[in-house]
Design a binder for this molecule. Structure first.
Ligand code: ADE
Length: 248
């Protein structure tokens, strides 16, 4: 997958994208991330990217021209692959659709993404209307700009790409991937400060372990995020268990 990110602050991306699974995914050529400075697409001597809002009011607005030009330039170097279902141009904004694991899975199926990070008080509306194909928010709060949101999105999508994680199973069982929160994990030592690892995990009985983990996932979801259970894929026995627990 290739991801092109347009930003006014390219430096912000230096750290996170050169560590951990990201570094591995990049060196294995499973993902390529290109950071573009929107300011490089201005033509005036002072490289101005913002201007006063028509109609007045406090705060500056990002001008449309450098953003359109940056996206158009990036698109010139993109050669669609067989089976591509279009090229998402995503604006990160608190006004977008709320990001989720499901949206990450949807985006992981594209071979290319273009992300636009907004800043200042706003972005010229024509960018939304005529350039972006999607708008995404990572939560109901306002960040200083779209950069951190872009990182969250990229991190979530990249770990879903085939071959990026060591074991495919670890993404499959993740909290949210199944519609449930993940079960508790333990490693050595078997007893730490008198706190023991649950007996069943030491039993070597794989079907019992799978059953215990599934129950723990359901219980944990019920306690912490009960609304998630409405959409979760539960069998009839599990559904009954949830209903009786809810009542008690
Ligand atoms: N830019 C500012 N706040 C944001 C948010 N919550 N999500 C995405 N982009 C943003």
């Amino acid at each position: 997958m290739q991801i092109d990110i347009l930003t006014l602050f390219p430096q912000i991306f230096q750290g996170p994208f050169s560590e951990g699974i990201f570094k591995r995914a990049t060196s294995r050529k499973l993902v390529q991330v290109n950071i573009h400075n929107i300011r490089d697409y201005t033509h005036d001597r002072h490289h101005i990217v913002d201007d006063y809002a028509y109609g007045g009011g406090a705060g500056m607005v990002l001008k449309p021209e450098p953003i359109f030009e940056a996206v158009e330039k990036v698109k010139q170097n993109i050669h669609p692959r067989e089976g591509d279902k279009g090229l998402p141009v995503i604006l990160l904004t608190p006004q977008g659709r709320l990001f989720s694991q499901q949206i990450a899975e949807e985006l992981s199926r594209y071979s290319h993404l273009i992300l636009i990070c907004g800043r200042y008080e706003g972005i010229d509306e024509r960018v939304r209307q005529h350039l972006a194909t999607d708008e995404i928010s990572i939560g109901d709060y306002v960040l200083g700009g779209g950069e951190l949101a872009a990182m969250v999105l990229v991190d979530t999508v990249v770990r879903l790409l085939p071959g990026v994680l060591g074991s495919e199973a670890s993404a499959r069982d993740d909290s949210h991937a199944t519609g449930l929160l993940e079960y508790p994990h333990y490693t050595r030592p078997e007893v730490y400060r008198s706190w023991s690892v649950p007996e069943v995990l030491l039993s070597g009985n794989h079907s019992q372990i799978a059953k215990w983990r599934r129950q723990q996932s359901i219980l944990r979801t019920l306690k912490r995020r009960p609304e998630m259970l409405d959409k979760a894929n539960l069998n009839s026995e599990e559904r009954q268990l949830v209903n009786s627990l809810k009542k008690s």
